[in-house]
Design a protein around this ligand. Structure first.
Ligand code: PEP
Length: 248
């Protein structure tokens, strides 16, 4: 397990202000947070309130637009996220890639715009079941990384990669520890080729996909897993803190 695992909750399109009590409860588990870096990515509408209610944990967003501003009805820029209190943004989640047709180039542009205003980024990659069955999981993920990772000066220091096999998201299914280890080793190699040996070695690689307290030890124990990106199990303090307790 990583020295200080990074456990990030992605609330997706869940949460009204009544859910801020969950964020508060997560934040109050302060003594456990010393050993674990914890963050939440609530919907846009809760970023500001979550930042105010939860002072210890990281707060971020689930997406941003690549442009600085302009005629993009319904979209949110990286600068707006920062202004609302976000410290990071998730880009390239498979639900964005699938539901909104986001390409690697789109993801890279979003990541660059986030870095430009001082946000950190979590770049998501992952293969579909069909691609894994065809033996293409590592090549697909390598291609996504090369197309999606930002290249601005110092980018590697602000980037986290989340490996999320699409078929494991919200399904209760997870890869074997060996498969997670193999993929994380492959991702590390791409990162070192891409950012250079030293910078590429420092980028954190999270695993995401049906992580819960019951399987967290196994998944976090796979090679080069620096933490977890958690969807469903981050929606209540009880289930999220169960994962954090395993990571601590
Ligand atoms: C996610 O969507 O990032 C995710 C990992 O979801 P879940 O934990 O629900 O599989």
């Amino acid at each position: 397990m990583a020295v200080r695992p990074y456990i990030v909750g992605n609330w997706k399109m869940h949460g009204t202000r009544s859910m801020l009590s969950e964020a508060r409860a997560i934040d109050r588990a302060a003594e456990r947070l010393i050993k674990v870096e914890v963050a939440l990515a609530p919907p846009f509408t809760l970023i500001h309130a979550t930042r105010k209610e939860a002072g210890l944990i990281g707060v971020g967003a689930q997406d941003c637009h690549a442009a600085e501003g302009g005629a993009h009805t319904g979209d949110i820029s990286a600068a707006m996220l920062k202004d609302a209190g976000a410290g990071f943004v998730i880009v390239g989640h498979s639900e964005r890639r699938a539901d909104h047709g986001e390409t690697d180039a789109d993801v890279k542009a979003k990541a660059e715009s986030a870095l430009a205003v001082g946000l950190s980024v979590i770049v998501c990659v992952g293969e579909t079941e069909e691609q894994r069955d065809a033996g293409k999981a590592e090549s697909v993920v390598a291609r996504q990384l090369k197309g999606s990772l930002p290249t601005a000066d110092g980018a590697a220091e602000k980037v986290t990669v989340a490996y999320e096999p699409v078929w494991a998201i919200g399904t209760g299914r997870t890869p074997t520890t060996d498969d997670v280890s193999a993929m994380h080793r492959a991702i590390r190699k791409v990162l070192k080729d891409f950012y250079g040996e030293e910078a590429g070695a420092k980028v954190r690689i999270l695993y995401g996909g049906s992580v819960k307290a019951e399987n967290a030890a196994e998944l976090l124990g796979a090679d080069d897993v620096g933490g977890a990106l958690v969807g469903g199990a981050s929606l209540t303090a009880e289930s999220f803190l169960g994962i954090i307790a395993v990571a601590a």
